[in-house]
Design a binder for this molecule. Sequence first.
Ligand SMILES: C[S@@+](CC[C@H](N)C(=O)[O-])C[C@H]1O[C@@H](n2cnc3c(N)ncnc32)[C@H](O)[C@@H]1O
Length: 218
Amino acid sequence: MLRFKRTQEKGVDFLRSITELFDDWAGTYDEEIDDIGGPLTGYRHSIKKAYKNYPEAAGNVLDIGIGTGNFIAEYIKDAKNVYGVDISPKMLEEAKKKFPSIKVETGDFNNIPFESDYFDLITSSFSFHEVSLSKREDALKEVSRLLKQGGTLNLLDIGFNNKSDMDDAKEKYREEWDDSEQYPFEYELRQYAEDAGLTVDKIDYPSALHINLIARKR
Ligand SMILES: C[S@@+](CC[C@H](N)C(=O)[O-])C[C@H]1O[C@@H](n2cnc3c(N)ncnc32)[C@H](O)[C@@H]1O
């Protein structure tokens, strides 16, 4: 079942509507996420798989769209400093309750309040598709700005190799599909990454619904 429908009404500020949506969900997110179904089916499995695809965390690590911290949780024991950014202050409160050592800041994928060339690793799970299409290229440029040379991006999201794969998934999860969302395709992620100065090391599909991009700053 769909948890929320995105607000697409004319005149409603997009980022504000996303913030409200996740602020409302924050308190029950962890209880609900495993049963939400639809394109988030297999959420935990894909997080584990994305971690296995790049299990190295040293130095400064940032998760963008951290939510309640379920992806960064995998890296906390090995990182020196762990930071989290999210557009939703309530999500950040939940992350902080679970992982008090994380330093959190509200911020948008396109405007992240940290200095350049600071992070060894940037992670992000199931958040990139929340960025509007016209801002996705710039969002990866922002990631590139923040990474040290040779630093890594581990990005997990709902995403597909091609339209036919997406249509198959949409058919399978028809009742639970959210047509207001636009999930990225592999060729788009590759293009954004390359244009942002990131070299793609690996693309993996932890499930038929999810894509995992590992890329390194040149
Ligand atoms: C589906 S949740 C995923 C949360 C967490 N990463 C996880 O895997 O459970 C999407 C998260 O992205 C955040 N978000 C949405 N749009 C964002 C943006 N433009 N910049 C930063 N965070 C954003 C939401 O507030 C929410 O916490």
